[in-house]
Design a binder for this molecule. Structure first.
Ligand SMILES: [Zn+2]
Ligand SMILES: [Zn+2]
Length: 107
């Protein structure tokens, strides 16, 4: 599903933090500061946390969750959990997403 890979243990090699579990972010959040983003927290819906910016969220809404179009827009990146935490702390959390795909309920 993702164009990026982890090893069999679900770990990635981070140049800064070493070998760690990972989160997934859209390419726009890498290096971003003060940007609005949405997050699926770890363990709620997904085994790994996901975060994406408001631009990607527009595509998610407009395409009704079309994975290919979202992936094209987002350019998903696998990053270690320390880097993930850094990104989420430097940007503005718009909302946690705890319901995904074909479920109209509000969290
Ligand atoms: Zn994005
Ligand atoms: Zn890292």
């Amino acid at each position: 599903m993702l164009p990026v890979e982890s090893d069999a243990n679900g770990l990635v090699d981070c140049a800064t933090h070493g070998r760690l579990s990972y989160g997934i972010v859209c390419s726009h959040l890498v290096g971003a500061i003060g940007r609005n983003f949405f997050e699926i927290p770890r363990g709620e819906v997904e085994e790994h946390p996901w975060a994406w910016c408001d631009e990607c969220d527009k595509v998610i809404v407009e395409t009704n969750g079309d994975e290919q179009q979202i992936e094209k827009k987002a350019g998903w990146k696998l990053i270690c959990l320390q880097c993930f935490a850094g990104i989420t702390s430097r940007n503005h959390l718009e909302a946690y997403i705890t319901e995904v795909e074909g479920d109209d309920q509000e969290p």
